[in-house]
Design a protein around this ligand. Sequence first.
Ligand code: KG4
Ligand code: ZN
Length: 362
Amino acid sequence: MKKKLTFLGIETSCDETAASVVQENTDGTAKVLSNIVSSQIEEHREFGGVVPEIAARSHIEKIDLIIDEALKKSNTKIKDLDGIAATAGPGLIVCLTVGYNVGKSLAAFSKKPFLPINHLEGHALSASIENKISFPYLLLLISGGHSQYLIVKGINDYIQIGTTIDDAVGEAFDKTAKILSLGYPGGPEVEKIAKLGKKDSFNLPKPIIHRGGCNLSLAGLKTAVLRKSKEIDLKKEKYNLAASFQNTINQILIEKSKVAMKIFIEKTKISDQLPKNFVVAGGVAANESIRQDLISLSKKMNFNILFPSKQYCGDNGAMIAWAGIKRYKEKNPLLYNKDMPVKSRWALDEKAPFMKGPGLKI
Ligand code: KG4
Ligand code: ZN
């Protein structure tokens, strides 16, 4: 019987210190033997966002303990591992460096393969930890730093068909939370209070909704929330404003996902017999209201929708270990150059046009 690969995954790209041990299953999915995530929410709360130096110091303090715990909980010794994977970008350099260097040193001392992983690839493959998914599939990646539609053709084979031209969806949630004086991170807080309000209380803008393909723009929505918040009795109306914001985001994602599905069919020329899979991943994919609306859309559009379970939506080490296993199985050393430096920017589709800044025409 072929040996099932077991990897340690390390993630320190932003404000979560995470490590996980993952073993592949024979059916293309994975068994997560441990998944330890230590969030720095408390450390950053008073600043309302991530402070890079505080985040890096906290990663340094915790990383050994978190890796130890992941190994212990999974009943794995370093010598039993087939490889070590660590996030190499995109993210905050001072943070990435911590997990990356620890992973690389552990691998060197134990003479194991070391795989630098693109954090976005971790999210892109996260739904396949628990689901058998065949390529190609349409991916909506919605997190705090990124919002993109991609065609996932295979490992290291991505076509970006849409992206945000300003704020990411998670960023819009976080900024709205700040305006409404809710906690950090904002997404779960906005979702919670949005349930208590009326979704059609305020008419908020949906920038570039009928143009720009499946590109997104959310800066105008954030500004409109800020303006509205100053016109109303915020204490009384914050539930309604949160509900209207959540509803506007949902409407934008429904409309843009519809466009992305059409582009996916056109570009892949996928036959009617093959399943058309739509994966929604990243921190914001934990949002139940967005999930429900995209499930309805997928039914209408004849797409099979898949989400990672909520523990694998936000940043975690399991998705990094899993991406490491998937890359290693490609048996192409070019896919894991252990000497690559950490990178603050690292697109999944390096040929995609840069879609931010003045002069952009869409
Ligand atoms: O993927 P992630 O953990 O980190 C990045 O790679 O950015 O995503 C974090 C983002 C934050 O903006 C957070 O507010 C948002 O995901 N988020 C949510 C929810 N849970 C997390 N947004 C909306 N609803 C949620 N339930
Ligand atoms: Zn992430």
